[in-house]
Design a protein around this ligand. Structure first.
Ligand SMILES: O=P(O)(O)OC[C@H]1O[C@H](OP(=O)(O)OP(=O)(O)O)[C@H](O)[C@@H]1O
Ligand SMILES: O=c1cc[nH]c(=O)[nH]1
Ligand SMILES: [Mg+2]
Length: 209
């Protein structure tokens, strides 16, 4: 069974307050999503394997540690996931970046796939799928399926805000996937928006509304 981690670090919770606030404009929203993504990346990389190396400090020889060559891939779900990419790459700059495009049909709330491009060595990488919003879970579940069908074996999901319905869908359909969140909210409304949520993440990031 995968983990469900709500990252309750004070810096994340503080910044999330301003992300949620309806008064926050596009520029600030984008900066805050970037910053929270970096803070979350700190936790999502906690289990990276280390290897011991021998070095010389200015004082003496010492044993120390470096990350031991795990291949990582970051995969934003277009569009809104794009806002999280740079924040993650600040901590893991060597990660490759794939893209999956899904939009949610406003009537049926079902995800519609329109783009998939992944690194060629899919089977050797651990992937972190990025999307600020996990609402019904349809888009994230479809994105995980898209990666699995192309050979991905290790997948984590990182979202800012989730509804219980979305978390349940992922844990039922992809029980091995660890889920990292900044907040687990109360519910979904009749239009499939997370309550209290933060509104439409894509529109707030890109200023399209
Ligand atoms: O869990 P779900 O019910 O599938 O909803 C979540 C999805 O909806 C939003 O994308 P949207 O369809 O608005 O596309 P956009 O990012 O291009 O705005 C959001 O960024 C997620 O991808
Ligand atoms: O609350 C929600 C639900 C889906 N997509 C969003 O951007 N926000
Ligand atoms: Mg949107």
């Amino acid at each position: 069974m995968g983990k469900i981690l709500v990252l309750d670090h004070p810096l994340i919770q503080h910044k999330l307050t301003f992300i949620r606030n309806v008064e926050t404009g596009t520029k600030e929203f984008r900066e805050l999503v970037d910053e929270v993504s970096t803070l979350m990346a700190f936790e999502i990389t906690r289990d990276l394997p280390l290897r011991e190396v021998q070095i010389n400090t200015p004082v003496r020889e010492a044993k120390s540690f470096v990350i031991s060559g795990k291949k990582l891939g970051v995969v934003p779900i277009l569009r809104a996931g794009l806002g999280m990419v740079e924040g993650i790459l600040k901590l893991i700059p060597a990660a490759k970046v794939g893209h999956v495009g899904f939009y949610r049909d406003p009537e049926t709330l079902k995800p519609v796939e329109y783009y998939v491009k992944l690194p060629s060595d899919v089977e050797e990488r651990e992937f972190i799928i990025l999307d600020p919003m996990l609402a019904t879970g349809g888009s994230a579940s479809a994105a995980i399926k898209a990666l699995k069908s192309r050979g991905a074996k290790q997948i984590k999901l990182m979202c800012l805000v989730a509804a219980p319905e979305g978390v349940s869908k992922i844990t039922v359909e992809h029980p091995e996937v660890d889920i990292y969140l900044a907040a687990l909210d109360e519910s979904l409304n009749e239009k499939g928006y997370i309550v209290p949520g933060l509104g439409d993440a894509g529109d707030r990031l890109f200023g399209t509304k």
